[in-house]
Design a protein around this ligand. Sequence first.
Ligand SMILES: C[S@@+](CC[C@H](N)C(=O)[O-])C[C@H]1O[C@@H](n2cnc3c(N)ncnc32)[C@H](O)[C@@H]1O
Length: 408
Amino acid sequence: MTEYLTIRRNIDIISNSEEKAILELNKYFNKDDFFVELKDGLIEIHLNVLDIKFLEELITKISKMNNLRENNILNQIYLIIDSVKSYGIKSGKRLYVNYNAERKVKGRAKKIEDRGMYYYARNNNFSKINNELPIAFENKILCGDSEEILKNLPDNSIDLIFTSPPYNFGLQYENSEDGIDWNKYFDKLFKIFYQCIRVLKYGGRIIVNVQPLYSDYIPIHHIISNYFMENKLIWRSEILWEKHNYNAKYTAWGSWKSPSNPYLKYTWEYLEVFSKGTLKHEGSSENIDISDEEFKKWVYAKWEIAPERNMNAFQHPAMFPEKLVERILKLFSFENDIILDPFNGVGTTTKMAKQLGRRFLGIDVSEEYTSKAIERLNNEIDNKAKKNDGKKTHLKEENIVPIVPKFV
Ligand SMILES: C[S@@+](CC[C@H](N)C(=O)[O-])C[C@H]1O[C@@H](n2cnc3c(N)ncnc32)[C@H](O)[C@@H]1O
């Protein structure tokens, strides 16, 4: 016998054409999947498997054909169904019954325990006591070498780190060499990441955006992930940032149409996501700002976001698009959390942190980029103030940030 999730609602009087429309709706579905019944002043919706997009289109079509009023019974049925938030997904359809039942794997919990979930990050020495970030570092954009500046921060004082280091591709940065010996590159990078791990709170997250240098056969994303795992962080996910970037510099010429040495092309980058100590990050439900729709969409780990188009205006060769930062902040942090970007560039992370009500610290070795990051932040402060009371504020808030002397 088919099992359903059945929803019952009282209904007011419905017209004959609405009744007819319900019968017509049912005709489009297999009764084992979905059907609607009217029973003594009640409507019963029986859900098993449903393509919600198809339902929405169908309802629009049937409503039009039957000249139904705007908020008709079919639209109400759709809203009731769409408000059900617990379901599985299979082949694009929503599964409402037994979607989380154990199927192929029997005794799943025991097997997970036997295998040892994130075994490589066990036996860590991380303290569970989190500390306040001193006010001197809160809502600041600083200029200097991250390794040196971060040494001044207490352990366990940052909620989330989102960053993109130089990839060592040979890009023209204003004040740092890009394209150096790989051993030297990783040596410096890991000194900075060591500090990042230290300052991250217990339960905090670090998310690193990288693109391997395919032409050098260096899988930076794996090397960085190994570093974090060796240092006992939990690898919690890998997001594929699909940029649809077809301008890959290297073509397959030279190995054209021959298995001798084919060269593959990529249109995406990676975001490697780690947690310190535990997967759970504590926060108040009042400080959640992600919407239902955003959450449902963004937990699928392939994100199609266009690259930043405005890099010329900022004279920076490798900026985050704002949408990417927005997703990371809303999905992995709470409002008022402290966000760090140790390679802050022209300050996309700090600007978006401000816009989304997070506290922040951004660091970059270039004075030029740091000034631009500060300017962007101040524009954001101004825009926010304009939206709030229609007045332009003076840039005299506590968020005005000094450029501190370089430590390098
Ligand atoms: C890929 S870019 C980051 C861009 C940034 N996500 C944005 O949206 O503008 C890397 C940045 O790291 C900075 N950098 C390089 N070495 C550094 C160091 N030792 N400490 C701090 N920043 C450094 C560079 O100046 C560059 O702006």
